[in-house]
Design a protein around this ligand. Structure first.
Ligand code: PMV
Length: 359
């Protein structure tokens, strides 16, 4: 695989001190990525809606220092020094150092905050790592002013992927594909690309209400979960199915067939969790209230001929997806019938978004 285009050219420019702030979104996969090989190469292609309100805001201050063998950084989360998050970020810097050798020449102070609770099943690693990647690319483009916006986004996605696979889908919007797929032009295992075809208007302003069933730390991290797909009895079929689902959803997104969208998206969510149930060791991330919500959604859909559906990430929370035209009715249903299944009745109303923003 040719990654040489992502190695930063050396620069003669000297910048003593600078800082950049980026707001980058979370995303919700419609066809899921679960299973990978080294270095963060997905076993199947995936596609997600980029979100709008669930985001991370990160500022990195760069201060020139003597070049050493070590990457030096301090990490603050919501204003407080957060050494617990440091190993993950240090591992990320180790993975990207050959592509961003300039990180050895700066002391970095990273300040980050989320618009949602971290480790809640909302992809905080996706928005967190894409924000760091965008800040690094801002420095890189000051050191080398000839970089195009297209290259900056592509390399940011490439870098973010090395921190967390799904983070590669958090640079752009509204629909991003990550993973090489014969029917998606330009798709790659190395970075995410915007879904390259015209999307039917029904999917343009899709709504995602995230029901916070369990805001606690996940019992099984996604790293462990991905690894359990090695030697998993159903893995190979799952990877084929996911790629096939990506072909199908690509057509659905173009033709606006919402009923087929519902069927595919719910099946993907339940299949993801079926992979967890059938791993060895097996595990369950859904909670009783996850199932209560799913059953209530099915009941509501049948009774009201609604286009509401759900999807799940690697956690207990439920993403409720629905067309904008049904917003008032579904929001009432969530408030009156579903919020009681959420911790402290909390849920987040979000919509499809357009990607990273520099602040
Ligand atoms: O990016 P990771 O390694 O945290 O994996 C995330 C996997 C899922 O969120 C469950 C699915 C996906 O495609 O986002």
């Amino acid at each position: 695989m040719n990654t040489s285009e992502f190695i930063a050219a050396s620069s003669n420019k000297s910048i003593e001190k600078t800082s950049f702030t980026w707001q980058t979104p979370s995303n919700i996969a419609l066809v899921k990525y679960w299973g990978k090989s080294n270095p963060q190469i997905p076993k199947n292609a995936s596609i997600s809606f980029t979100l709008n309100n669930c985001h991370t805001i990160t500022t990195i201050e760069f201060e020139q220092k003597e070049k050493t063998e070590e990457v030096e950084f301090d990490l603050f989360f919501e204003g407080k020094q957060k050494d617990a998050f440091k190993p993950k970020i240090a591992a990320f810097f180790t993975r990207i150092k050959e592509y961003c050798p300039y990180i050895f020449e700066y002391k970095m102070t990273i300040n980050s905050e989320n618009s949602f609770p971290h480790s809640s099943g909302i992809a905080s690693s996706a928005s967190g790592l894409s924000a760091i990647a965008m800040c690094l690319m801002s420095l890189e483009s000051e050191l080398n002013t000839s970089l195009s916006k297209e290259y900056i986004n592509k390399k940011a996605s490439f870098l973010a992927r090395l921190g967390s696979g799904s983070a590669s889908r958090s640079i752009e919007g509204p629909l991003v594909v990550w993973g090489n797929h014969p029917e998606i032009e330009g798709s790659s295992d190395l970075f995410g690309v915007q879904f390259p075809y015209k999307v039917h208007s029904v999917f343009e302003n899709y709504q995602d209400a995230i029901l916070l069933v369990d805001k606690g730390e996940k019992q099984v991290s996604s790293t462990v979960g991905h690894n359990l797909m090695h030697n998993h009895p159903y893995a190979e079929n799952r990877f084929l199915q996911a790629n096939d689902n990506l072909s199908k959803i690509s057509e659905i997104l173009k033709n606006g067939d919402v009923k087929s969208f519902i069927n595919l998206v719910e099946s993907e969510a339940l299949t993801l969790h079926a992979m967890m149930l059938t791993s060895n060791p097996y595990f369950i991330l859904m909670k009783p209230n996850t199932l209560e919500i799913i059953n209530s959604i099915w009941e509501y859909r049948n009774e009201n001929n609604s286009n509401i559906c759900f999807t799940l990430d690697a956690g207990a929370n439920v993403h409720v997806l629905y067309p904008e035209a049904e917003k008032d009715a579904v929001n009432n249903f969530i408030e009156n019938k579903l919020s009681k299944y959420c911790q402290k009745n909390q849920y987040i109303c979000d919509t499809v978004g357009f990607g990273a923003k520099q602040l």
